[in-house]
Write a protein that binds this ligand. Structure first.
Ligand code: CA
Length: 424
């Protein structure tokens, strides 16, 4: 499928620096507000935001036949509910209006002033109202590392792992966006040599580098979504930091899995990159051996080549890159995850969030959590201020970035940045 808006030769009349995540080929959607104003749907272009509420009120989107109130919503859910043909027509129209060969908007100085906002002058909000949040565990390198550390290096993967995209139901209410601080959570932990558990702030606060997809089309209760249909049900993707308290997790997770060790916060990036923008970056996934059951089989390239980075920034110091990974390493792809999620007839809803699981690669610099990077704390990572990190300390900021790059075009996700405040 050729998508005109992805043409790498298109340039915008809005200035876009070569290192920007948001060229005209990207056009991700988010929710923002200006000072003293309500929320508006926005599209990122370079270091500006196109105010879609304003743009629609000036009549530029009239041909799309969308109720303009959709663009002053608090979340993208109403826009997403309009369906894939509308997402595509919308992206085509925005691409047309921002194209340097099109005069409609660029030649109207007054309108340009009204609709283009410097991104550093706005507040970004959580882009979708998340009803249900699932987190998978789909990186074979991550699952192997964890199994090696906590169980048996010879049998690191549990017997189900290559047959089931393992996942659990996460907590939607504590999903936050970039720039929202979190407090170090407290909970029960039990040291190996202690008789009884104790209560207090987690000592082993960790990030998990993940990506997540946002559900764009619902199914009916009782009607599974096949791997072949799955792509029609996915609206777009964000970066996800699945915050984890390892000491709380270790004590509580038996036998039903993670609970309070995860539910205190999960951070997502504010810009949703639509799947259409990511089409040039499809790659094949790893060979799945043993073969998977028929409902998990798929055809075509379902992985995506997206570079991922994690930085730790101690207070009053420079950010240090601690991880470089890639979304293409995933063993289980998004279509398989959605097919598995619904194979029992479970219905999924617009705005649901599906985390990939920690994205680790095969070399040590590509591990997607401090648990793995510091190998349970045995291999501390130096910061530029002379300190070192085994896990995340108070007043550290964790920053995740992601971008795909090809033919000189960089389709980025911006970042998700979260500061950790001391426990109260
Ligand atoms: Ca996770």
């Amino acid at each position: 499928m050729t998508i005109a808006a992805n043409d790498p030769t298109i340039r915008s009349w809005v200035k876009v620096n070569p290192e920007s995540d948001f060229p005209i080929q990207n056009l991700p959607l988010g929710i923002f507000s200006r000072e003293k104003e309500g929320t508006s749907v926005g599209v990122a272009i370079g270091d500006k935001i196109l105010d879609i509420r304003e743009l629609a009120s000036l009549g530029y989107l009239a041909d799309l036949d969308i109720d303009n109130s959709v663009f002053s919503s608090q979340y993208l859910n109403r826009f997403i509910a309009l369906g894939q043909p509308v997402w595509r027509a919308f992206r085509d129209r925005i691409s047309e209006l921002l194209n340097n060969s099109n005069q409609e908007l660029q030649s109207n100085e007054e309108h340009v002033k009204d609709v283009l906002v410097p991104s550093n002058e706005v507040t970004m909000h959580l882009p979708v109202r998340v009803g249900d949040y699932t987190d998978f565990y789909s990186s074979i390198e991550h699952a192997t590392n964890v199994g090696t550390m906590f169980r048996d290096p010879e049998n690191a993967l549990l017997p189900n792992w290559k047959h089931i995209p393992v996942g659990y139901h996460g907590r939607a209410s504590s999903i936050i966006t970039s720039g929202v601080d979190i407090e170090r959570p407290k909970g029960q932990t039990k040291a190996d040599d202690a008789e009884v558990p104790s209560f207090g702030p987690t000592r082993l606060l960790d990030f998990e580098l993940e990506m997540a997809f946002i559900l764009g089309k619902e199914n009916k209760l009782g009607s599974p979504i096949s791997t072949a249909e799955a792509e029609d049900h996915i609206f777009g993707m964000v970066l996800l930091n699945d915050w984890s308290a390892r000491d709380i997790q270790k004590w509580e997770y038996v036998p039903l899995g993670p609970f309070l060790a995860k539910s205190f916060a999960s951070s997502v990036s504010p810009w949703v990159v639509m799947m259409d923008s990511l089409q040039p970056f499809r790659v094949s996934g790893p060979v799945q051996d043993p073969p998977v059951l028929p409902y998990l089989q798929y055809e075509g390239d379902k992985n995506y080549d997206i570079n991922l980075e994690v930085y730790i920034q101690p207070e009053n110091s420079e950010p240090v890159r601690v991880c470089q990974s890639n979304f293409k390493y995933m063993y289980w792809n998004m279509c398989q995850q959605l097919a598995h999620q619904t194979i029992n007839g479970c219905n999924v809803r617009i705005g649901d969030l599906y985390g990939s699981g920690t994205i680790s690669g095969s070399d040590k610099g590509s591990y997607g959590s401090m648990l793995e990077l510091s190998w349970k704390g045995t291999n501390p990572i130096p910061m530029t201020d002379g300190s070192e990190r085994k896990f995340i300390q108070d007043n550290d900021t964790v920053i995740m970035k992601g971008f795909a790059e090809k033919d000189g075009i960089r389709i980025g996700f911006g970042e998700v940045s979260t500061k950790v405040l001391p426990a109260r």
